[in-house]
Design a protein around this ligand. Structure first.
Ligand SMILES: [Zn+2]
Length: 590
């Protein structure tokens, strides 16, 4: 028997278990048409068409023959065969047989057999079933799937399985999946009443409920404060604009597929919902003459944009059709661009640090060397932009990788990719050093010699869009937002009826301090009230009974169950104020 302790590359195991599943199905169901498998992120999906109803316990029943084959170390036999031999072998498996017709010019095929199953597989499988660890695989569920995705064709039963090198790896995977499910922003967003979708409003167009809007407002308030300190000025520009602007910017025709179709108005003038804020910000710069003495000019706007994402691409808040971006454009002489870009990266670090996001890196997206037609043709401009961008990235010290093909038509991009607590990567912020749009818009400033000089532009958006960023934060915090971001910060729970007046006084005082206080939870037991507050992920619960009433105190319970104990109410107010003013990540009151 081969040694099951030495792991094989996991795809070999997955292919092999997929074939074992077919063997098991033939053992259990007898008459069954095999549809073959494809690998997934964590295992495989196998399609079966049983002649009779397979029964709800099919997965359990398949487990037996799979385990037996592993215990018996059943051999996999693979050989190269000609078309006719393959066709003869697959005569009673029409769906596998059909694959021969997909490649009519191919003369040689690799045919593999295990037990009763057969398949055409070019990639390696194990030599014998004993190499598979029976405790490192799990048949997860069954769904329906049409043959080749075509609804007019037979519907298979699709078996989903996850397969790993070792039982420990399987265990870790199942745990991570459970965790990811519990943290899914769509699930938490629904439970915490943060946002909703309505088909009458439109797919991909989120409605922000009051508690979700709190998170937006707090993030935006913080962005405004931070950007003010970093030398930005705020502007505001319209959501709808003449198509002409996008012809001037060069976004039309490159970006047309991602834009909503034009709206025609009187005189045949076409308007578009804006898909990005950049052209408007160029127009703001162009609205007045500028001197080198004013530069850099940093224009910031939380700007709403609309993009026509395909319906199949929409996903909760992560892919939407309407979003509000933490946008800004920095206008500076070319010789300040490197320094400004470094500052932008430092701003990212500052923001992510404060939010407790530790796992992130940058991706430098360059041109696709095979398809230069997608990009503007000024080679010198590309080289300058790439060089300055790379220099700024090096100086920032943040880890980065390069990717060919992701650049915008007007220049290389730097994406910040954040890894969520569940290990998923999200590109949330895109930055660019751009020499092209200033040229398209004929932007200039008067330099020291009083000559017209073209500025460079830096596009930046550390907090991405509200939609995607909040989606990320929901998963990052599993709904337990730090106090400054929490939709409800404090719940007040009176022990009995006698304590309600003091609970009201506490609640009103906190409200007047600008805190977000939940409704007073009277009537229920203290335990039920605490459980409710915990479910809503409220950071602080203040329990008030006779002792608290007598000493104008509150008994403080922190989210998660820690007790901060009884303290004078005025102390609590002060400490809570400090926690929020510092935008602390924890519920510490010191
Ligand atoms: Zn921009």
């Amino acid at each position: 028997m081969t040694d099951p302790i030495h792991p094989r590359p996991v795809d070999i195991l997955r292919r092999s278990v997929a074939m074992l599943t077919a063997h098991a199905a033939l053992e259990v169901l007898g008459d069954v048409r095999l549809g073959g498998f494809h690998l997934t992120d964590d295992g495989f999906a196998y399609d079966l068409l049983p002649a009779a109803h397979a029964g709800g316990d099919l997965l359990d029943r398949l487990g037996g023959p799979i385990g037996d084959a592993i215990a018996a170390d059943l051999p996999f036999e693979c050989e190269a065969v000609g078309r006719d031999a393959a066709a003869a072998e697959l005569a009673d498996q029409p769906f596998l047989l059909a694959r021969l017709d997909d490649e009519p010019d191919r003369s040689e095929w690799r045919l593999c057999r295990i037990g009763r199953a057969v398949d055409l597989i070019d990639d390696p499988v194990v030599a014998a079933a004993g190499e598979i660890h029976a405790a490192a695989l799990r048949l997860v569920d069954i769904s329906g799937a049409y043959w080749r995705g075509d609804e007019s064709r037979p519907q298979f039963q699709r078996i989903h399985a996850t397969v790993w090198e070792s039982p420990a790896a399987l265990e870790a995977h199942l745990e991570a999946r459970e965790e990811a499910r519990a943290r899914d922003h769509r699930v938490i967003g629904e439970r915490l009443d943060l946002f909703a979708f309505d088909p009458a409003v439109g797919a991909g167009l989120p409605l922000w409920l009051p508690d979700g809007q709190v998170v937006r407002d707090e993030l935006e308030r913080w962005a405004v404060e931070t950007e003010r300190a970093w030398g930005y000025q705020r502007i505001a520009t319209p959501h709808i604009t003449r198509s002409e602007l996008y012809e001037l910017s060069g976004h039309l025709p490159y970006f047309a597929d991602d834009m909503y179709p034009p709206i025609e108005t009187e005189g045949g003038v076409e308007y578009r919902l804006r898909p990005m804020n950049c052209p408007h910000h160029m127009a703001v710069f162009a609205a007045r003459p500028h001197s080198y003495r004013e530069l850099p000019l940093r224009y910031a706007e939380y700007g709403a944009v609309y993009r026509f994402e395909r319906s199949g691409e929409l996903s909760g808040l992560m892919r939407v059709r309407g979003m509000t971006q933490n946008d800004a454009h920095i206008f500076c002489p070319l010789d300040q661009a490197r320094e400004e870009f470094i500052a932008v990266m430092q701003l990212h670090e500052y923001c992510y640090d404060l939010l407790g996001i530790e796992n992130y890196h940058m991706v430098l997206a360059l041109r696709d060397p095979e398809n230069r037609a997608k990009y503007h043709g000024d080679e010198e401009m590309w080289e300058t932009a790439e060089r300055l961008t790379r220099e700024a990235m090096e100086v920032s010290g943040i880890e980065y990788e390069e990717e060919h093909g992701g650049a915008a038509h007007y220049g290389p991009k730097v994406d910040f990719v954040l890894r969520s607590a569940t290990g998923r990567d999200y590109g949330v912020s895109t930055n660019q050093l751009d020499l092209y749009l200033p040229m398209r818009f004929g932007l200039w400033f008067a330099n020291e010699r009083n000559e017209r000089e073209r500025p460079a532009v830096i596009h930046r958006a550390p907090l991405g869009s509200h939609e995607r960023f909040i989606g990320f934060l929901i998963e990052h915090y599993a709904g337990a937002f730090p106090p400054w971001l929490a939709p409800v910060q404090v719940a007040v729970v009176p022990v009995g009826e006698d304590h309600v007046p003091w609970a009201r006084e506490v609640s009103d005082a906190l409200f007047n301090d600008g805190r977000r206080v939940g409704p007073i939870l009277e009537g229920a037991t203290v335990g039920a009230a605490i459980a409710h507050a915990e479910k809503r992920r409220i950071p602080f619960v203040l329990v008030v009974g006779s002792r608290e009433v007598d000493s104008r105190a509150v008994s403080v319970r922190l989210r998660g169950g820690d007790q901060a104990g009884a303290m004078a109410f005025d102390d609590f107010r002060r400490k809570l104020g400090a926690n929020i003013a510092d935008r602390r990540l924890d519920t510490g009151l010191d």
